[in-house]
Ligand binder design. Structure first.
Ligand code: 9MR
Ligand code: ZN
Length: 568
């Protein structure tokens, strides 16, 4: 028997679920009766006795599952759950848990900074030297250089620095960056009171919320990726992934890979959004971001075709895509929201009508971001911050259609949750590379819909996605480093491997269980054929398909944590 709890802990007044589980073995039929558990405090005193209710066999985990709802326990403290000889990890009940979590999740982005020294004052023992400061060249010219057609001196150089390392590798990718920025800037937009705390970064104390200071570091890098003609490079990486060395030891040549239409559209959207968000703090930057967005939008209009070239000889992340409808829709919608020009709204609506289900928040399909832009004022709560947009009847109708779609999706996901013993909004076949992104994206959707229609089921559903991330899953791990009694600690991350420090930087979100056949060689060997998808995980640094970290796996967790910290 295993008892799984949210290892970070539970908010006093929110739903509290724990799971009791027994692996299903051929031929065994457990008793269907409830299991009596005791909830004890740290002194060993029993505070509450309660029945965990038999759910049944659970497909994704391969377990027999009992669900324990102990929401009525609200007193702050530290507890364990006991059933016979089995004891859960200890967990707190407290009100600031998600605020503290959010600091770690956000500070992770500082640790991802490229092109600057991380000083001891801000990074403590994880201080490191500046990396990737050499000039970059265009891939198209570098290819000719390799073929002997151009000399070193013939290649143009670009002095581009900064941004966040994407992940466990040191690449920087436009569409991945836009995805992370979209999650975080909207998290700030919708839950500003969750972002008042100091992150202890170089800019802290400058009068701008630290989360915006941190995002500005990425935005400033992104602005440098815009070419003269308004197109935007798809990625900024070396030719191959670096060895497992510290970033400043990776001295391979930095390259700018050809523009893609997704990168251009994502750039437009991100800059238009940033223009609105930063205006109260830095009007000059807001203007600069908007001008950049409008310039790239002209390029988009002049290039209506899907454009993406997969450069095989460059073996860093691909971030390939099959459609740019979602990115173009987001771009048009953000420009509408920032400028009020109806021509953008009409274009967004045209693209919306071509999209099968525009409620996604991942890098490949970011269609849901357009919904955030469209419904922005309804999703914000701080009255003073609401910007009153004039609404034509066409916009009003579009809003209603989008809202109905979001609510329909949330209700569909509620059904998935009730058919999963662990309460996670994933179907059995959805445990893929970065499955935690899908879990958290669905968490964000519940948060969004709760703001539109505050039904407690949506709030609880978001809580349960964070529970899954933080320990209520069949691996028993908390998928956030440094958070919980049994957190994963061996991410696929070059810095963690190369820094010679035993501790892992806290606040990384793991990609999570991957039950597909697209797994790395070590994972293939370690996970026997037939392992249930939710259990397809090992905490090994070599397992890049299970245990990598990225900025856009942290960013949706930031959104969800901000929601739970501010919407009580
Ligand atoms: O997050 C990406 C995941 O959805 C893909 O299945 C996977 C394989 O293409 O790539 C992931 O992205 C990686 C990127 O290509 C390079 N940086 C690390 C990313 C996380 O593993
Ligand atoms: Zn770097």
């Amino acid at each position: 028997m295993n008892i799984y709890i949210n290892q970070m802990g539970y908010l006093p007044n929110s739903n509290k679920t724990a799971i009791l589980a027994l692996p299903q073995e051929a031929g065994t039929e457990p008793s269907l009766s409830p299991i009596r558990v005791r909830i004890c405090n740290v002194d060993g005193c029993c505070i509450m006795e309660k029945d965990a209710v038999f759910f049944g066999p659970d497909e994704a985990s391969g377990d027999f599952v009992w669900q324990l709802d102990f929401s009525e326990l609200t007193a702050p403290g530290t507890y364990v759950i006991r059933s016979g000889d089995t004891v859960s990890y200890p967990f707190p009940i407290g009100s600031n848990l998600y605020g503290s979590l959010n600091i770690l999740l956000s500070k992770m982005l500082y640790y991802q900074r490229c092109g600057t020294e991380l000083t001891e004052a801000h990074a403590g023992k994880f201080a490191r030297k500046a990396c990737h400061t050499a000039p970059s060249v265009l891939w198209t010219e570098y290819e000719r250089f390799l073929a002997g057609e151009l000399s070193e001196a013939d290649m143009q150089t670009f002095d581009i620095r900064g941004g966040w390392h994407d992940a466990g590798d040191y690449g920087r990718y436009t569409t991945a960056a836009a995805c992370a920025l979209g999650h975080i800037l909207y998290a700030y937009r919708f839950f500003p009171d969750a972002f008042t705390k100091n992150l202890d970064i170089p800019e802290s104390g400058n009068g701008i919320p630290d989360i915006l200071n941190e995002c500005r570091y990425e935005l400033d890098w992104m602005l440098q990726l815009q070419a003269e003609d308004g197109s935007v490079y798809h990625k900024h990486t070396t030719q191959n992934h670096s060895a497992f060395v510290m970033p400043h030891e990776d001295t391979n040549r930095m390259l700018l890979l050809p523009p893609s239409s997704m990168a251009v559209a994502d750039f437009v959207a991100t800059m238009a959004l940033a223009s609105r968000i930063y205006r109260p703090f830095d009007a000059a930057f807001a203007e600069c971001a908007l001008t950049a967005a409008e310039k790239s939008y002209v390029w988009l209009e002049q290039h209506p075709e899907f454009l993406f070239e997969h450069v095989r000889e460059c073996r860093t992340g691909g971030y390939g895509d099959r459609s740019d409808t979602d990115e173009r829709m987001w771009a048009a919608m953000e420009l509408y929201r920032t400028t009020g020009n109806v021509r953008y709204l009409n274009e967004a609506k045209r693209l919306f009508d071509q999209h099968p289900n525009p409620v996604q928040y991942g890098w490949a399909d970011i269609s849901g971001f357009a919904g955030w832009a469209l419904l922005e004022d309804e999703l914000m709560t701080t009255a003073a911050e609401k910007e009153h947009t004039s609404r034509t009847s066409a916009e009003a109708e579009f809003r209603d259609t989008y809202k109905a779609l979001l609510i329909k999706e949330a209700d569909h996901l509620l059904n998935i949750i009730s058919s999963c013993g662990y309460g996670v909004a994933l179907e059995t076949n959805e445990y893929c590379w970065g499955s935690n992104l899908t879990v958290l994206n669905r968490g964000m959707l519940f948060g969004t819909v709760y703001r539109l229609t505050p039904k407690s089921e949506y709030h609880t559903a978001l809580v349960r996605q964070m529970d899954y991330l933080l320990g209520v899953n069949a691996t028993g791990y908390s998928y956030v480093t440094g958070v919980g009694a049994h957190a994963f600690c061996n991410p696929h991350n070059r810095i963690t491997e190369a820094d010679g420090i035993d501790d892992t930087i806290p606040g990384y979100v793991s990609g999570g269980a991957n039950g597909t056949k697209w797994v790395d060689p070590l994972a293939k060997g370690l996970l026997p054929e037939g392992t249930p998808p939710m259990k397809c995980y090992v905490d090994r640094w070599e397992c890049y398909s299970l245990n990598e970290i990225t900025i856009y796996w942290n960013s949706p967790a930031i959104f969800c944590a901000a929601f739970l910290d501010s919407v009580k």
